[in-house]
Every structure is written in structure tokens, then in C-alpha cells.
Design a protein around this ligand. Structure first.
Ligand code: AMP
Ligand code: ZN
Length: 755
């Protein structure tokens, strides 16, 4: 029966006893002669004598002895001479092999048998009294020496007589120190080892290899044993105790959700603890000195330094933004990644650190000029493209509000208009016909029809007269002089919005308030548009650009003006009857949608939508829409995407309508270029020069860059096969013209068909 394999004391620190043949072997005790080197630590004896003696003896205080004399051997020396009674800590807790209860070692005059306080840095730890297991087959002077040494040191002590009882006792107590008598091994040449130990150090190696930590040469003097034990306590036992304490700290850190930084006394960071990730840096190789990194940052930084500097910077933030968490997670992952992965992650970090996360970066040289002009013209504030004459102040923004006509009643709608509006729910509805029959007032007529369909007056608790007056005011503030951004465009966007709201998945995802907000937002989204881009207004130093700090100038103006116009006159104030909370929510939704039409945020909105709004599983439409309804942030993404798609849906209209819109937007751009040239302003979209522009090329670029992906995503959500077919047909139209080197809206042979 093997004893040793189970006595793996390494965890508790001192003696590690591996399986060995001799420990399994029957043993004959030998008398220890004076001067014989005896190896006590970690050497194990199985003895035949075990049968006749108790297998485990525990050290016992006098007090305990009086209460429970137990099976102590009669010949055991009375400890009372040197020991004074101490309160047993775990008295009676253990019956090792059913022989004897363990007790607290006696308090002695030398050492208190109490918990010791140990300081590690700022940590104060308490350590229970050391427990010692003496494994001696037979009692003799040596075992007594240790027994009394334990008593003197204030340790708890057990004596085991057999391997089995030793094991059982050890498994129960996990003694910090185990002393094993090896003087009697039949197969172990202790003398030879000790002889050689006298000559050369390496002679203890076999023992160390066997798993033992120390060798003690026989010496039964209590003070020699005592010195040996307390050296062990202050050496390896204490180190193990500290290591275990550190492990506990790491475990605690792992469960802590706060960012924690552990530094040395000179503020060198030793340990990073990020959210959910524990990072332990090798002190010498990877310590981080925030200050030195910051000062180093102007040098060409190595891969490592770059990583650390980013960590240092990010870590200094107290409140973590989601992007900080992401960067921290990547930083942590890099630490354990192969170089190729770490480098790829470095590239990822570089991208993440930019603020323009959602805007694709155009290649500069070989990019198609139509695309770069559109991007430059629609997606910047003009500042990046300044080419002189910056900030020339001009008051060229059209502020004129035409006089409001007397409102019609619903019955006043002429039959030709009513007839046209009958087809209002179809995607192929011809807005230009409505424009014509309403004398360029399509918005008010279409608006009333659509709003009736969606119960807007009921939601707002306002009369149709108020709604009508409101539509009239808003429509009057669109510039009919603009070829594109006039009230027909607003009516077109309102039409598209109403169409999208009718789609099952959209309807199922939004609330009535969202529908009302979307219809209002579409109506007002370009009100008072000057027919010039944001870039132009910024370059020209227009009042609006000054007012809105060159940021989302037009979109801010459309929203602000819409609310001003609404509130100005009670007759047109559609919000006058809703309570404050409803108004605040509605207003917020309208503002958010109108601002979403700003093209600088195009990719941000599209990508957020794509990333968050998933395709429905077959047959589980209800579940998906219920889910969206439970998440207002997803409803917001859908509303933004909806108004964005409605705003630029003209390439998805039937070919003739698409061509008309392309002609109108091109004309507006041409007019802007004309004015820029006239006034010496930077030309923000040079390709939109009426003398040189290829409209097919510009439409191909616009569709490729802004439309295709967005409508793919929107179609995936809302299911819009008719639109996608038109888009494909229209794209083909522009491609055909381009291949034929045609720069206009149609082939010359078709020119009589359109405007
Ligand atoms: P909005 O000013 O709100 O109508 O935003 C839509 C943006 O897309 C505007 O800057 C328009 O100039 C632009 N846009 C819409 N349709 C087209 C088109 N067919 N070709 C080029 N640009 C367009
Ligand atoms: Zn628009």
C-alpha cells in the first residue's frame, strides 16, 4: 500500500512527498546512533510497529488533556512543564483514524498560539497558527524534540505512526509542515546521502528531486528543532501564504467589474484589470510607466509601445464609454495573440480610434470624379475642400415666405386632384402630375390625404383645418424656385414615407406616435431649403452656417424652422392639444429623423441599421417585430433608415420619374456651380458643370455609392421588390447611356419624351 502518492504537500507548502518504492516497503526500525545523519524532513517511514501504537497523536494542551486525556501514550512526557494552556481553536473537531482529537497546541512562554498578522504591501492578512504533522513510526528523542519545539513555537501538532493515518490526517488538516522520519528506511541509504552531503551540496538533489524541500540532520535538541521549524515558517511557509493571498486577490479582481490599476510604490503599473478581463503583466518585461509612454509618444513607437500608450490613455478615463471597453478588450486579446493577429488587431484599433467610424474613406487619386464630387459636396461641410476665398460672407439665403393662400375645405379638392390621389398608395404614383394639377402645391393635398389614412388628426387631437393650415404654412416655406428642393420633393418624400409605413414589417415595428412623427418629419425635412448644399453655405459664410457652426446647417435649420412656424400661429399649431410628454416625445422623434437626412451621417445610419436590425426568420415575423417594439433604440434606427430611404428614393421610382428627378437635382447642382464660379467661391462639385457634366455617370456614382447598399438593407427589412426592380432598371438605363457616351438624361432620339 503506497503512502506517499497522496501526500502532495506542495499546496500547503513545505514537503512534497512523491511515490517511492521504499515508502511502500516494509520497514525495519533501526536505532539511531549518535552522529548518524537522519533526514527528517520529507522522508517517510512505514513501520511494522504501527499495529501496537495509536496511528495519530495530536499535540494537546494541558487544559485539553484534563478534559480529554484520550489515547496519549502514558510515557509521553508531560508538556505542562513548559506549556501553559491555551484556548483550543478547533478542539474536538477531528478524530484522525478515530484515535485522538486534535487540539490547539499549548501557548508557551516563547510563542503565542494565536493568529499572526502579516503585511503584504497595503494588505494586512491574518495567518492561523502553523499546523505540523510529524510522521514517526516510533517515538524517540527526535520526535519528542519536534513535539516540544512545536509546543514552544505555538504550532498545532499531530503525530502519525502509519502512512495511512498520516495521509488521512493530512487530508483533513492540510498541515503547513510535514516532518517525516527517514532514518529507518531499508532501501534508502540515508547514511550515504548524508555522508556525501557533508562534502558537496549536490548530494541533496536526489531528495529534492524526490519532492522534499529540506533535510534535517538528526538533532533532538528542542531548540535545534524549534529553530528549524521557525525558519521554515518564516521562509517557505510565509512565502506560500503570501502567494495564496495574491491568488485570492486575482480571483477577486476577476470578479470585479471595475477598472483597477495596481502599481508599485514608484507608480509603475503592475497589473491592469479591465472590465471582465484580468491582465497580469510580467513585472520586468512589461511594466507600464504611463508618464514615460506619454513622453515617448512622439517617437516612432514600436508595436508594443503603441499598444501600451493606447492602453494608458484609455485607462486613464474614469467612466468607460462602450468604445473604450471594446478597445480594452482588443488590447487584452492582443497580449496573448500571435504577432500576425496582434498586428491585425493593431490595425483594428487604429480604425476604431478615428471618430469617422461609419464613413468610408475614399481613395484620392483614382477615384471616379463624380463619386468624389458627390461625396465632397454632400458629405462634408466644405471646409476640407476649401481652395481660397474662404469665408466670404454673403446673405444669399432665400428667406422669402410667400403669402399664404386661403385654406380650402376638404370638399374643395378639385376632382382631377382627388382622382390622382386615389392612386396615392401605389409606389408608381406620379408626383409630377400632382405638382402640375395643384399648381405646385402637391404637399398640402397629398399631406391631407395621407394624414387622414394614418389618423394623424386623431393622434394629435387637432382639427383637419389646423392640419390643413399647417401643411399650407410648411409648403409655402419651400422654395418653388428650386428645381429639386421644392415642395414637390417634400411631397415625394412624404409619399415614400407613407408607402414604407404601409409595409407590414415597418408597421409592426413602430408605434402610432412613430408613424405620426415620420409623416411630419418627411413633410418638413427640407423646408426653406435654399437649393444649395451645406458645403456651399459654409464656404459662403452664410447666416445659417454661422448660426449652426457649419454643422448640419440645413438639417438644423429645417427642423428649427418647422417648429417655429408651427408654434407661431395657433391656427396652424398641430401640437397645441397634445400633452407635454407626448409633445416632447414626438418632437424628439421628428428632430432625430430630420437630422438623419444629413448626408455626412449616411454610412453611420445605414451601418447601424444593418448591424442591429436583423432579417426575419421564416414565419416568425411577429416575434421580430415584437422585439423591435420593445427596443426604442431599434425603432429609432428603423425610423432614420426609413426617412433616409424616402429622401433619396428617386432612383427607385419608375424610370420616367427617376429621370425627372435626376434632371432636377442636376440642374440644382449646376446652378450652385454657376454661383460658386460667379462669386469666386470654391467649387464643391466641379463635375456638376452644366457644360461638361455626364448625368448618367453622376447617377451611376450616386447609386453605386449611396443607394445600392442602403436599399439592399432596407429591402431586406421591409421587402420592397417593386423598388428594387425599378432601381435595377434605372441603373441599366444610366449604364446604357454612359456606354453610348451620352451625357444627358436620355438618348437624343428620346428627348421629346421628357423635360
Ligand atoms: P436632401 O437634401 O434632404 O434631399 O438630401 C438628399 C441628398 O441626396 C441631397 O443632397 C440631394 O442633393 C442628394 N440626391 C438626391 N437624389 C439625388 C440624385 N438622383 N443624384 C444625386 N444626388 C441626389
Ligand atoms: Zn430631401
Amino acid at each position: 500500500m503506497g503512502c506517499a502518492p497522496s501526500i502532495h504537500v506542495s499546496q500547503s507548502g513545505v514537503i512534497y512527498c512523491r511515490d517511492s518504492d521504499e515508502s511502500n516497503s516494509p520497514h525495519q526500525t533501526t536505532t539511531i546512533s549518535q552522529g548518524t545523519a537522519a533526514t527528517l524532513h520529507g522522508l517517510f517511514i512505514k513501520t511494522d510497529a504501527a499495529d501496537s501504537i495509536p496511528s495519530v497523536l495530536a499535540y494537546q494542551s494541558r487544559q485539553q488533556q484534563q478534559q480529554c486525556p484520550g489515547p496519549r501514550r502514558k510515557d509521553r512526557r508531560e508538556p505542562a512543564a513548559t506549556a501553559t494552556a491555551a484556548a483550543p481553536r478547533r478542539a474536538g473537531a477531528h478524530h484522525c483514524c478515530g484515535i485522538e482529537a486534535e487540539t490547539q497546541t499549548s501557548q508557551t512562554s516563547v510563542k503565542q498560539a494565536s493568529t499572526a498578522e502579516i503585511q503584504i504591501g497595503s494588505m494586512r492578512l491574518t495567518q492561523d497558527p502553523i499546523q505540523v504533522l510529524l510522521i514517526f513510526a516510533k517515538e524517540d528523542n527526535q520526535s519528542d524534540g519536534f513535539w516540544w519545539a512545536c509546543d514552544r513555537a505555538g504550532y498545532r501538532c499531530n503525530i502519525a505512526r502509519t502512512p495511512e493515518s498520516a495521509l488521512e490526517c493530512f487530508l483533513d488538516k492540510h498541515h503547513e509542515l510535514v516532518v517525516i522520519d527517514h532514518r529507518h528506511s531499508r532501501y534508502f541509504d540515508a547514511e550515504a546521502i548524508c555522508r556525501s552531503a557533508d562534502q558537496e551540496e549536490t548530494s541533496v538533489l536526489p531528495l529534492l528531486h524526490a519532492g522534499f524541500n529540506r533535510r534535517f540532520v538528526e538533532n533532538s535538541s528542542i531548540i535545534a528543532c524549534y529553530n528549524e521549524l521557525i525558519q521554515l515558517e518564516h521562509g517557505e511557509v510565509r512565502s506560500q501564504f503570501k502567494l495564496r493571498a495574491c491568488n485570492s486577490v486575482f480571483t477577486a479582481l476577476e470578479h470585479c467589474h471595475e477598472a483597477i490599476e495596481i502599481t508599485s510604490e514608484d507608480h509603475i503599473i503592475q497589473v491592469w484589470k479591465m472590465h471582465y478581463f484580468l491582465e497580469c503583466k510580467n513585472r520586468r518585461k512589461e511594466s507600464i510607466d504611463v508618464k514615460s509612454i506619454t513622453s515617448r509618444s512622439s517617437d516612432a513607437p514600436s508595436l508594443q509601445n503603441r499598444r501600451y500608450s493606447s492602453m494608458a490613455r484609455i485607462h486613464s478615463m474614469t467612466i468607460e464609454a462602450p468604445i473604450t471597453k471594446v478597445i480594452n478588450i482588443i488590447n487584452t486579446a492582443q497580449e496573448n495573440s500571435p504577432v500576425t493577429v496582434a498586428e491585425a488587431l493593431d490595425r483594428v484599433l487604429e480604425i476604431l480610434r478615428t471618430t469617422e467610424l461609419y464613413s468610408p474613406q475614399l481613395g484620392t487619386k483614382d477615384e471616379d470624379p463624380h463619386t468624389s464630387d458627390l461625396v465632397g459636396g454632400l458629405m462634408t461641410d466644405g471646409l476640407r475642400r476649401l481652395s481660397g476665398n474662404e469665408y466670404i460672407f454673403s446673405k444669399n439665403v432665400n428667406q422669402s415666405h410667400s403669402h399664404l393662400p386661403v385654406p380650402n375645405t376638404i370638399d374643395d379638392v378639385p376632382p382631377c386632384i382627388a382622382q390622382l390621389l386615389d392612386n396615392e398608395e401605389s409606389w408608381d404614383f406620379n408626383i409630377f402630375e400632382l405638382e402640375a394639377v395643384t399648381n405646385k402645391r402637391p404637399l398640402v393635398y397629398l399631406g391631407l390625404k395621407v394624414c387622414a389614412r394614418f389618423g394623424v388628426c386623431e393622434f394629435l387631437n387637432c382639427s383637419e383645418a389646423t392640419l390643413r393650415a399647417w401643411f399650407q404654412v410648411i409648403e409655402a416655406n419651400y422654395h418653388s424656385s428650386n428645381s429639386y428642393h421644392n415642395s414637390t420633393h417634400a411631397a415625394d418624400v412624404l409619399h415614400a414615407t407613407a408607402f414604407f409605413l404601409g409595409k407590414e414589417r415597418v408597421k409592426g415595428s413602430l408605434d402610432h406616435l412613430d408613424e405620426v412623427a415620420a409623416l411630419i418629419a418627411a413633410t418638413v425635412h427640407d423646408v426653406d431649403h435654399p437649393g444649395r448644399t451645406n458645403s456651399f453655405l459654409c464656404n459662403a459664410g452664410s447666416e445659417l452656417a454661422i448660426l449652426y457652426n457649419d454643422t448640419a446647417v440645413l438639417e438644423s435649420h429645417h427642423t428649427a424652422l418647422a417648429f417655429q412656424l408651427t408654434a407661431k400661429d395657433n391656427k396652424c399649431n398641430i401640437f397645441k392639444n397634445i400633452d407635454r410628454n407626448h409633445y416632447r416625445t414626438l418632437r424628439q422623434a421628428i428632430i432625430d429623423m430630420v437630422l438623419a437626412t444629413e448626408m455626412t451621417k449616411h454610412f453611420e445610419h445605414v451601418n447601424k441599421f444593418v448591424n442591429s436590425i436583423t432579417k426575419p426568420d421564416e414565419g416568425s415575423d411577429c416575434e421580430c417585430t415584437t422585439n423591435v417594439k420593445n427596443f426604442p433604440e431599434n425603432q429609432t434606427l428603423i425610423k432614420r433608415m426609413m426617412i433616409k430611404c424616402a429622401d433619396v428614393a428617386n432612383p427607385c421610382r419608375p424610370l420616367e420619374l427617376c429621370i425627372e428627378w435626376a434632371g432636377r437635382i442636376s440642374e440644382e447642382y449646376f446652378a450652385q456651380t454657376d454661383e460658386e464660379k460667379r462669386k469666386g467661391l470654391p467649387v464643391v462639385m466641379p463635375v456638376f458643370d452644366r457644360n461638361t457634366c455626364s448625368i448618367p455617370k453622376s447617377q451611376i456614382s450616386f447609386i453605386d455609392y449611396f443607394i445600392m447598399d442602403m436599399f439592399d438593407a432596407w429591402d431586406e427589412f421591409a421587402h420592397l421588390p417593386v423598388l428594387m426592380q425599378h432601381l435595377a432598371d434605372n441603373y441599366k438605363h444610366w449604364k446604357t447611356l454612359d456606354e453610348l457616351k451620352c451625357r444627358s438624361l436620355r438618348l437624343p432620339s428620346e428627348n421629346n419624351n421628357g423635360s
